[in-house]
Ligand binder design. Sequence first.
Ligand SMILES: NC(=O)c1ccc[n+]([C@@H]2O[C@H](COP(=O)([O-])OP(=O)(O)OC[C@H]3O[C@@H](n4cnc5c(N)ncnc54)[C@H](O)[C@@H]3O)[C@@H](O)[C@H]2O)c1
Length: 338
Amino acid sequence: MHIAVVGTGYVGLVTGTCFAETGNDVTCVDIDATKVAMMQSGKIPIFEPGLDLLFDRNTRQNRLHFTTDLKEAVDQAEIIFLALPTPPGEGGAADLKYILGVADDLSRLITRYTVIVDKSTVPVGTSEKVHAALASHLSEDLFDVVSNPEFLREGLAVEDFMKPDRVVIGTSSERAKKAMQHLYQPFVRQGNPIIFMDERSAEMTKYAANSYLAARITFMNEIANLCERVGANVDMVRIGMGTDTRIGKRFLFPGVGYGGSCFPKDVQALAITADEYEYDFQILKTVMGVNERQKQILVEKIRKYYQEPLAGKTIAVWGLAFKPNTDDIRGSTGSGDH
Ligand SMILES: NC(=O)c1ccc[n+]([C@@H]2O[C@H](COP(=O)([O-])OP(=O)(O)OC[C@H]3O[C@@H](n4cnc5c(N)ncnc54)[C@H](O)[C@@H]3O)[C@@H](O)[C@H]2O)c1
């Protein structure tokens, strides 16, 4: 298939490269000309284990292309992925200006039936907004909008994309469903499911998953704080707990609060969605509050240790990213997953 990926960050570049690896012709487009020039000269702008190998193979075999020209990228595309940033905007809600801006551009460029896929993490109802932006200049029978949230983990992005636990696809169009099923078939050969649902449920699934994981880390941070008071060893408690198959071992590592480029903004965006729909989402509010407090605990411990003002002290921080094997230090505070 001919695929276009708009935005070549951690999600877009991995998505584009992995779709090329399964034989598709992929054009990735980005407004960052320096980044695009770098990729055109065969260099990867991010660190992600295993990505270099796939990137080299697919660029050499002419299945993976890079451009700054949106028209060139979408000219032949049957499916266009939006892997654009959705940072917190004013008030903390996900800012949709990148997504809706590109949707508006696409409404003037598309000339035949195309599936437009939201790969970014976007609040419930965004696919309807993207649909409206596209419909401003485009006949409705020339496009479908699909929500296909991405669950890859930085540091394991290629592995997660090539062998996903599941693929979630939100669409109410049979035609788009068929195209997406065809594209994803090589990634689900081992029986991992493609789960079809409506657009709103797909959008919510991503926020629910990230918020639940953030809540697990937060719960464990509270257990760690209590362990210190009662004289228990949280590492032993974690092992004792995590070996219970109902609980599982992952996302139980206490630390200086969850961080990274996704959890903080996604938990906050879900809390704002709850507010908008007048739902008092108490657990989520507590998770955010406890996480902020957790970041201070390290400083309190350092203060207590020195028992004197910290001004003038040199402090070394070992490891800047929120977890191993990534160079993404956006929103980095501590670790949650190992
Ligand atoms: N990073 C992750 O681990 C991860 C995982 C799952 C989902 N997500 C979600 O995926 C989305 C993208 O995240 P990311 O980490 O890849 O972001 P990123 O910041 O790494 O990449 C976004 C890219 O989009 C480009 N861009 C901005 N405006 C553009 C435009 N108008 N046209 C073309 N390109 C444009 C930027 O230059 C940048 O290269 C976000 O919604 C994020 O929440 C991220």
